[in-house]
Ligand binder design. Sequence first.
Ligand code: HSE
Length: 431
Amino acid sequence: MKVNVGIVGFGVIGSGVVNLLQQYSSLLKQRSGVQIELQRIVDVDIERVRDVAVDRKLLLTDYRNVVNDPHIDIVIELVGGTNVAFDIVSQALTAGKHVVTANKALLCARGPELFSLAREKQRELRFEASVAGGIPIIKAITESLAADRILTLYGIVNGTTNFILTRMIEESWSFESALKRAQELGFAEADPTLDVNGGDAQHKLHILSTVAFDTIPPPGSIYREGIEGIQLQDVLYAKELGYVIKLLAIGKLEGGSVSLRVHPTLIPSRCSLASVKNEFNAVMLESEFLGQSQFVGRGAGARPTATAVVADIVDISTGMLQNKEFNASRYSTVSQYPILPAGDIRSRFYLRLATEERAGILAKVTKILSDEDISISAITQEEGTVERPIPIVILTRLAREENVRRAVAAIDQMSFTREPTVVLHVEDISL
Ligand code: HSE
């Protein structure tokens, strides 16, 4: 059997997919029983020289030549964005084609609509590459853990920010040079603001929530902070306290609600997530029957991401060979749980205060914290001078987000406070 594939979007990932399909054509046939034929490649720019050589006859500039081509069985959407990409995916499904996409922004913005359409048309809509690049986390959750209930999810799901933090922490690179290198290596989004401000990780957590908790987060319901404000001194204080800072996507099923958040987080230096470096991603799960499990690998870049896209093509092709009834069942279009409001999230916190050095300040600070029911688990201040005081660093015990924000606002309004207090979350991860 032969399955015809058309790719829309011949950028970094598109080139990786073409390369993989060319190199492993016979291996893929052996594994799937299907001859996967790349029939068309669409891009607005078909003149640019890519890393991979292709027959010019395959290249086109109008996506409609793929979605309307009756010979194409599977459309691979790799253009990114939410407007044209939506047209491509919806028109392809309407025309009876299966679709594979790496587009997390699209699935967040219009996922339920597209999956409903796929089900109506009895076609597959696959998205393994949209989360954590080459790590098969969607398959692991939806197939391998189909019989288990996920309780907690910790993800390092943005390669660019992990790369930047690693280079800053280990080699004292500046934020700008680390970001530039991540862009050169093809990890960063077209607009790297989305990497740096946590938006990309937020998209991925949205998708993970639909598969891990069967819950579609409503717009604006995932709390988000990026790594823009991370300063070297916080990295160093964290290290002294036995922690490293990572941008984490966190999902927890607690008390009948799901809490979802993306933020820089202090995690114990000895836990396994702390050793996930550079562009590597990791997803750590805690599920009811299996307990803890962890998935680590390259979360960005052409070759790793191409393996996820092509694995989806192979899955669909095998299904076609077996005359499977397709129903795009990997994505839940009905929510099981409400989302916990951000203010009600309970976490431990790292606070760095810059204050004057005089009698009674610590007493006032601890009073403000205790009035908000925030208990201190560690407090440190090295010796400084009255002219050049050293910051006070506090680690709290579990506290409500809203209480901490209120306490910090009160501290920042005190006349003795010199700079806004730095607030970072802390997670005690044991694996
Ligand atoms: N910009 C993303 C990252 C690419 O850095 O992880 C993969 O989605």
